[in-house]
Design a protein around this ligand. Structure first.
Ligand code: MLT
Length: 271
């Protein structure tokens, strides 16, 4: 599926598969959503390598990375990413770019390791914790996937991830994402759901974020809506905010040219 370089590295007590591209510019750390892997960033790995050194890992348990040595949580994932950067000898602050669950981990990266951040790009994500009924839904999905296996997960998630036209057309991105979800183990899905249900609310942190920040959302995102993301941007001094037309929850994959252009401008003007 990918043509860029991938390596396997040992860090934080586990083995990570990491895709890399680009030799010049700031490090751009791309953190995927749930239950996906680094291939959701293939257009950024290919299209931004002239302006950044791109590092796109599979999180522990996802893609071809081994499960973590510690329980999966937003906090442990943020700490693990720092140890992964250490293993790659990345010492300068990075631009952290996370989609959805990758964004939830991004808040913890800021909270716990802000000295490692040159900028923060949050795509199709939210700062708020789950309402009670959403948390219950995650617990039910975790129990079901452990009992039945993961066959039901991709058909249930795909219509919520992409803009309606892409789902109706069965686009290549839709089909490839479906394959990635189906290849994710039931236990990784269960642990991911429970970890997201347990995540803390980061809303009160937003006004404290001082690093350059860009928020990007698909105009048709039904999971983390433009209204919610625009409200987050309003709470962060100086944050850039943009909506991408004809994109749902997977904006960087659905509209890569527009997404990459916003990232280029962010790097040129804010970093
Ligand atoms: C994701 O894309 O990472 C998920 O939609 C996040 C979530 O379930 O809240």
């Amino acid at each position: 599926m990918s043509s860029f370089e991938t390596k396997t590295i040992s860090a934080d007590g586990t083995r990570w598969r990491v895709a890399m591209n680009g030799r010049a510019g700031p490090v751009l750390l791309l953190v995927h959503g749930f239950p996906l892997d680094h291939t959701m960033w293939r257009h950024q790995l290919a299209g931004l390598s002239d302006v950044a050194q791109i590092i796109a890992p599979d999180l522990p348990g996802y893609g071809k990375s081994e499960s973590g040595s510690r329980p999966f949580s937003m906090e442990n994932a943020a700490d693990g990413l720092v140890r992964m950067l250490d293993a790659l000898k990345v010492e300068s602050p990075v631009i952290y770019c996370g989609l959805s669950m990758g964004g939830y981990i991004g808040w913890q990266f800021w909270q716990r390791h802000r000295e490692r951040l040159a900028g923060l790009i949050c795509c199709d994500t939210r700062a708020a914790a789950d309402p009670t009924e959403v948390g219950r839904g995650r617990e039910m999905m975790a129990a079901r996937v452990r009992k039945e296996g993961n066959d039901f997960v991709a058909p249930a998630m795909i219509p919520k991830l992409f803009a309606a036209d892409a789902v109706a057309a069965g686009s290549e991105a839709v089909n490839e994402t479906s394959s990635v979800i189906s290849a994710t183990s039931a236990e990784t899905i269960a642990q991911g759901q429970l970890a997201m249900a347990a995540r803390v609310d980061a809303t009160e942190w937003l006004p404290e974020i001082e690093c350059p920040m860009l928020l990007v959302v698909g105009a048709e995102d039904a999971i983390t809506t433009p209204t919610e993301m625009c409200g987050m941007a309003d709470r962060i001094t100086g944050a850039n905010y943009c909506e991408l037309a004809s994109a749902g929850h997977m904006a960087p994959l659905e509209q890569p040219d527009a997404f990459n252009q916003h990232v280029r401008e962010f790097i040129a003007n804010r970093i």
